[in-house]
Design a protein around this ligand. Structure first.
Ligand SMILES: [Zn+2]
Length: 100
């Protein structure tokens, strides 16, 4: 399987919702621009550098602190490199899933 990039981690850097995905660098996140309750985040993967949308199954999975993404209680998966993305204490970590 083609999995670009490598495992890595980066501090969360929250950018404005209007920021173009292609200008985002690993660790950058932006909130869905929808009005109303928080739906999800675009996350620039520390593994492969691509920005993909992430909407957790539970609306309570995402925890923000001081208006920034701080914690996610669900594992997210980068759709480009298949790495598992975890968000904990303001740090995003991308790791390949363990072999079955
Ligand atoms: Zn990735």
């Amino acid at each position: 399987m083609n999995r670009p990039g490598r495992d890595g981690s980066a501090n969360v850097e929250q950018v404005a919702p209007r920021t173009c995905n292609r200008r985002m660098t690993p660790g950058m996140v932006k909130r869905y621009p929808a009005a109303g309750p928080l739906l999800g985040y675009f996350i620039c993967c520390p593994g492969c550098g691509n920005t993909t949308p992430h909407v957790p199954a539970s609306e309570h999975a995402l925890i923000e602190l001081d208006g920034k993404l701080f914690e996610c209680s669900e594992e997210l998966t980068c759709t480009i490199c298949d790495r598992v993305l975890t968000v904990s204490s303001g740090v995003i970590t991308a790791t390949l899933p363990k072999a079955p």
